[in-house]
Design a protein around this ligand. Structure first.
Ligand code: BTN
Length: 245
């Protein structure tokens, strides 16, 4: 893995995506920054972080995963971060599709931007924001938490960036050719709210339903089974956990 350190940048994801497109990046590369002034989150969200406190980085990988199994990129990333944090003594949950949660609060977020060629994911920019040493967050952020909030300790940001980057690359290589059916249970068992009955708002269904997550598909769609027995297969835009931020 090659590393690029930047003092300040708009977004490490944007930085890598542009350089992948121009052909400047030709090997697995992680770019990390001390300060990000236009951090991108999922959907329309932004990602905010104090300078020098947290892990802010993106990993460019030459993925070579079939598009029908595109969720392997996300699964490899969230599982690698889960396992890295476990080695540090912190047991997290993955909130589908790929948020890192601790005690119902958001410790980290992942933003993956894939480049497809036919039925193959050619490359992925995997952006990770992980709250390490920041103790106070803006009031408008719904439910943030940092490792320092959890343990009171300070963490070496670079050690997390290199350790996680290596583990994500290794994990993706390991699972690339493993059938998705053999991976899903491990992921599901680490999922926030897996098997618990929760309230959901699902696109196309008028009322909120209560139901639980029962499966995840290779495309990344989640399967929620309503208490009535009805199965709903949804992507990220089609379902919302109620009482969640
Ligand atoms: C989310 O909405 O949960 C995803 C957040 C991803 C944030 C990280 S910070 C480093 C990288 N660069 C970006 O612009 N975003 C990701």
């Amino acid at each position: 893995m090659k590393y690029i350190e930047l003092n300040e940048i708009d977004s490490t994801n944007a930085y890598l995506s542009e350089r992948l497109l121009s052909g400047e990046i030709t090997e697995p590369t992680t770019v990390f920054t001390h300060s990000q002034n236009k951090g991108k989150g999922m959907g329309q969200n932004i990602w905010v972080s104090d300078n020098d406190k947290n892990a802010l980085f993106s990993i460019a990988l030459f993925t070579e995963v079939k598009t029908e199994e595109i969720f392997k990129v996300s699964l490899a990333t969230s599982m690698a971060i889960y396992e890295f944090l476990k080695l540090k003594g912190i047991t997290t949950k993955i909130k589908w599709p790929n948020d890192i949660y601790y005690d119902g609060k958001k410790l980290g977020g992942i933003l993956i931007e894939n480049k497809l060629d036919g039925n193959v994911v050619k490359s992925s920019v995997i952006g990770v924001g992980l709250n390490l040493n920041q103790e106070k967050f803006p009031k408008w952020l719904p439910n943030p938490i940092s490792l320092k909030n959890i343990t009171g300790q300070d963490y070496d940001v670079k050690e997390f960036i290199t350790g996680i980057s290596e583990m994500v690359e290794k994990k993706l290589n390991e699972i690339k050719d493993v059938p998705f059916a053999d991976l899903r249970l491990d992921y599901l068992l680490n999922l926030y709210c897996f098997g618990k009955i929760m309230m959901w708002k699902i696109q196309g269904i008028k009322d909120e339903i209560s139901g639980s997550i029962v499966d995840v598909k290779p495309s990344g769609k989640i399967v929620v089974q309503a208490v009535s027995g009805q199965l709903c297969e949804c992507d990220i835009k089609e379902i919302k956990l109620i009482d969640d931020f």
